[in-house]
Design a protein around this ligand. Sequence first.
Ligand SMILES: [Cu+2]
Length: 71
Amino acid sequence: MTNETTLAFSVEDMTCGHCVRTITAAVEAAFPSAKVSADAASHRVTVAGVQDAGAIAGVIAAEGYTPVTLD
Ligand SMILES: [Cu+2]
């Protein structure tokens, strides 16, 4: 049983490796099933294994960043 859903977010204020680690750790802590990929250069965060884009955006926002959910 796999979950193929991948959610994508643009996070313009994720600008360096520290941001990447902070966001990755926060999402993985909130959603143990999450597989997080974050890239500072493209300001892109993708999350597999979680269905709820709003909840993920909330976790990223709670760390002080500004996520925009992408289609
Ligand atoms: Cu940073």
